[in-house]
Design a protein around this ligand. Structure first.
Ligand code: HBI
Ligand code: FE
Length: 292
């Protein structure tokens, strides 16, 4: 099978629209599926006060996400649109990059419509409705973060023309998925991959193993990431305003050209010039390697 061309994403699966969206099918969720949401919601919302950025808790509240059961995307979108003009639509799973970016550029967030099974409670490969809605949607109610996500979608579409998607994907990974923010001298969580994970919401903030270093756009785009375990390095932004400003002010075309000849950095090694907030012991990653 050949790689799909950047501007020719594969056709959507049967039953999906041209933009890959599907009906959420809210009335078809079983009591067990709603109960799984409630179980995950309770576990995470007990963990997050004092650890997550207050903007996330505000989003949970504004969007009434504590209402029991899997949220109905229409009702959720109504509240979200009032806050920032974003909507949530359902997709069957991962969608092609170009499709994903086009939705973000249009202030539409695509969310998986299925929920993990009890066996998958702590780890699953594809983003389900809990990761997508609990993890991502609260911050879409924050005006600055909402603009950052749109800018990311627009930048993503442009990156396809430079063959630089994998560099830009690192920016998404280390901010939207696994970002930390420094607020009033304290580190707080904001990345969706962390806030939707029971284990990583403690590890990312409190464990001595990972590095925590100041966010630098070029540095991040040279740093590979792992999709199979906790991160070995977290990048810390000063504020959403600063992240948005850096993203909007950077001319990515010359940056991509420069990065083409720059080597990838080791994902666990502190580099000269890094702002080190915590030098990780990497003990966790090493213990996993020995056992693997
Ligand atoms: N599709 N449903 C879904 N969710 C994502 O987060 C996603 C995707 N397709 C591509 C994609 N993410 C990547 O392009 C980004 O992680 C960069
Ligand atoms: Fe995600």
């Amino acid at each position: 099978m050949s790689e799909p061309k950047a501007h020719m994403p594969p056709a959507p699966p049967e039953g999906a629209a041209a933009d890959w969206t599907v009906p959420q099918g809210w009335s078809a969720y079983t009591p067990a599926e709603h109960a799984m949401w409630d179980r995950l919601f309770e576990r995470q919302s007990a963990m997050l006060p004092g650890r997550v950025t207050p903007a996330f808790l505000k989003g949970l509240d504004v969007l009434r996400l504590s209402k029991p059961g899997i949220p109905d995307f229409e009702e959720l979108s109504e509240r979200l649109t009032k806050a920032t003009g974003w909507r949530v639509v359902a997709v069957p799973g991962l969608v092609p990059d170009e499709v994903f970016f086009r939705h973000l550029a249009n202030r539409t967030f695509v969310a998986g419509n299925f929920i993990r099974t009890p066996e998958q409670i702590d780890y699953l490969q594809e983003p389900d409705v809990f990761h997508d809605v609990f993890g991502h949607v609260p911050l879409l109610a924050d005006p600055v973060f909402a603009d950052y996500m749109q800018a990311y979608g627009e930048g993503g579409l442009r990156s396809l023309g430079f063959g630089a998607l994998h560099k830009l994907a690192r920016l998404y990974w280390y901010t939207v998925e696994f970002g930390l923010v420094r607020e009033g001298g304290d580190l707080r969580l904001y990345g969706a991959g962390i806030v939707s994970s029971y284990g990583e919401s403690v590890f990312a903030l409190d464990d001595p193993s990972p590095n925590r270093i100041g966010f630098d756009l070029k540095r991040v785009m040279r740093t590979p990431y792992r999709i199979d375990d906790y991160q070995q390095t977290y990048f810390v932004i000063d504020s959403f305003e600063d992240l948005l400003r850096q993203t909007l002010e950077t001319d990515f075309a010359p940056l991509y050209a420069e990065l083409e000849t720059a080597s990838d950095l080791d994902l666990a090694t502190i580099q000269p010039g890094d702002t080190v907030l915590h030098r990780g012991s990497q003990a966790y990653a090493q213990s996993r390697k020995v056992r693997a």
